[in-house]
Design a protein around this ligand. Structure first.
Ligand code: ZN
Length: 552
């Protein structure tokens, strides 16, 4: 029995340590075989070989050392890899005054609160309130996030450190984290000197995307940078002597950011900055116009109405563009004409004249006149600002229109109106020439997409089929249902087209008139368009008078 158990133990030992034993066997036999081979050599070769092998030991150690030092340097050190390009600016140099922040009253109010929280920090700490560390500014690009952050710095009198999230994204793992460490080090130094510091990280989504925990793949760089950011922010909490506030800005949605970032004590305060409203745009136009010389009679309200969905940055760009146009025209101040041209250039692109044959020109004129009339008389929300048969980008002509105010949703009426307007160019060609051209392709594309979306995705179909049918694989629907839905799409298009055809036939004299006006003038402005409609007793239903002539 003891013999058997001993044998078993040996077997166990062998199976437990089989890899070690294998390695030992290889090692020992390689050594023995090597010695055997060496002993067969003549003394000269044997000595040179042994010397070589001995010298490799310090050399190998030296190489390893260099490698380790390089890695360490990348991680913690300087060198050009980890260099930061932040600009530390003292608040006295940022100089964005509170009254210069215009057209974002709600965000401004939130920011004012933030300023108070930063300024009353000691007071808040005394009563045990929550100290502010991180603010997230969320909103579309060009809406003044940087501007607002700078205003906060000016208002609090603290130095302002600004960096873009993309500067943390590097090929080498660890460089981003190292830069983050440096950023906070700089901030702490500034805070010691000036009693606080504001760190502004623009495009924070570049380092704050949802972390992916994988062994492979290139997401680890973002992960390690983000971990560093979180660690630094948590460090601020425990090390309370620094009044450092981190402001992150993003135009990505909140959901795409890592939830760890939004936890209490990190970026737990949010400021939403949206595109400016009509009233806000008026203020922004007035502000930028006040900085250039302009004609006194510019209607700011009308400018703002026309600049629907424009961000403050785009409005600033329009005014700049207008001054350039004025300069080129040899004028020393800008007027409505320059502003209107600038806005068009921003929206539609630059005009380039093509040489059309008279027939082509007439076709384009009728096509655009069709759009113009349908838009003016049928569309519930959009105004025509201009009609033109001068080419811009790929378009041969254009009817420039915009909603009277910003809409974030469209109802059935508005969707149908968009389809009717899209089909009206085709209809006008059909009425005038009997045949139509390939100039309708992009109109048809738009109309088809809209009708398809209504039927398939918005429940606006004759089958009373609710739900977004595009969300499920097409094979889950029977052929019969698909055919019916596609018929619905066609029905919407045909009935819209018929309505437009009736309208344009009824108003044929207006259609002919606008086509002729376009052929002779090439471009018609808002005022001219309105005047011509008025000649026929038509008034813009959107201005409130709804077809009826003004009371006299
Ligand atoms: Zn068209």
């Amino acid at each position: 029995m003891p013999k058997k158990s001993l044998w078993k133990r040996i077997l166990h030992f062998l199976s437990d340590y089989k890899w070690y034993i294998l390695i030992a066997v290889i090692f020992v036999s390689a050594t023995l075989f090597g010695i055997f081979l060496l002993s067969g050599l003549d003394p000269y070769h044997r000595r040179s070989l042994l010397a070589n092998m001995l010298l490799w030991i310090p050399l190998g150690a030296f190489n390893t050392m260099i490698f380790v030092i390089f890695l360490y340097w990348l991680h913690y050190g300087g060198g050009s890899f980890a260099k930061l390009t932040t600009k530390a600016v003292k608040s006295s140099e940022v100089q964005v005054k509170w009254e210069d922040v215009i057209g974002m009253d709600e965000a401004k109010q939130e920011a004012m609160e933030v300023v108070n929280l930063i300024n009353d920090r000691t007071k808040i700490k005394k009563i045990g309130g929550k100290v502010l560390r991180g603010i997230l500014m969320i909103g579309p690009p060009g809406c003044g996030k940087t501007y607002l952050a700078k205003a906060i710095a000016t208002e609090t009198g603290l130095p302002f450190l600004s960096i873009s999230g993309s500067e943390f994204v590097e090929i080498f793992v660890g460089v981003g984290a190292s830069r983050m460490r440096k950023l906070f080090k700089t901030a702490r130094r500034l805070a010691e000197e000036h009693g606080g510091c504001i760190i502004f990280i623009d495009e924070i989504d570049a380092v704050a995307r949802k972390r992916v925990f994988s062994v492979f793949g290139g997401t680890e760089e973002t992960n390690s940078t983000q971990n560093q950011l979180l660690a630094e922010m948590d460090g601020l909490k425990s090390d309370d002597k620094y009044n450092i506030v981190v402001i992150g800005a993003t135009n990505a949605s909140e959901d795409s950011l890592d939830p760890a970032l939004l936890r209490p004590g990190r970026f737990d305060r949010k400021i939403y900055i949206d595109k400016p409203s009509l009233k806000d745009r008026e203020k922004i136009f007035a502000y930028y116009l006040s900085k250039v010389s302009h004609e006194p009679d510019i209607d700011v309200g009308r400018l703002a109405r026309r600049a629907v969905y424009k961000s403050p940055a785009e409005i600033a760009n329009i005014v700049r563009e207008a001054t350039m146009i004025a300069l080129r025209n040899g004028k020393d101040s800008i007027g409505w004409k320059e502003l209107s041209e600038a806005m068009e250039r921003v929206d539609l692109g630059i005009k380039h004249r093509r040489n059309f044959t008279p027939q082509e020109k007439e076709r384009i004129a009728y096509h655009e006149a069709g759009h113009l009339i349908t838009m003016y008389l049928l569309h519930p929300t959009d105004d025509v600002f201009k009609a033109s048969i001068i080419s811009r980008k790929d378009a041969l002509g254009v009817v420039y229109h915009q909603p009277r105010e910003e809409f974030y949703t469209s109802d059935r009426e508005r969707l149908l109106a968009n389809i009717k307007v899209a089909l009206s160019g085709y209809t006008a060609e059909k009425i005038r020439f009997g045949v139509t051209s390939d100039g309708v392709i992009s109109d048809f594309n738009a109309a088809m997409k809209l009708a398809h979306t209504m039927v398939w995705r918005l429940g606006m179909n004759s089958l009373n089929m609710l739900g977004d049918l595009g969300a499920i694989p097409a094979e889950h629907l029977s052929e019969e249902i698909k055919t019916k839905l596609n018929n619905d799409v066609q029905n919407i298009l045909t009935s819209c087209q018929q309505e437009v055809e009736e309208l344009l036939n009824r108003e044929r004299h207006i259609l002919d008139r606008f086509a002729q006006e376009l052929i002779s003038k090439e471009e018609l402005e808002y005022d001219e368009i309105e005047r011509i409609f008025a000649e026929y007793g038509k008034y813009n239903p959107k201005t409130g008078s709804s077809f009826a002539p003004p009371a006299e």
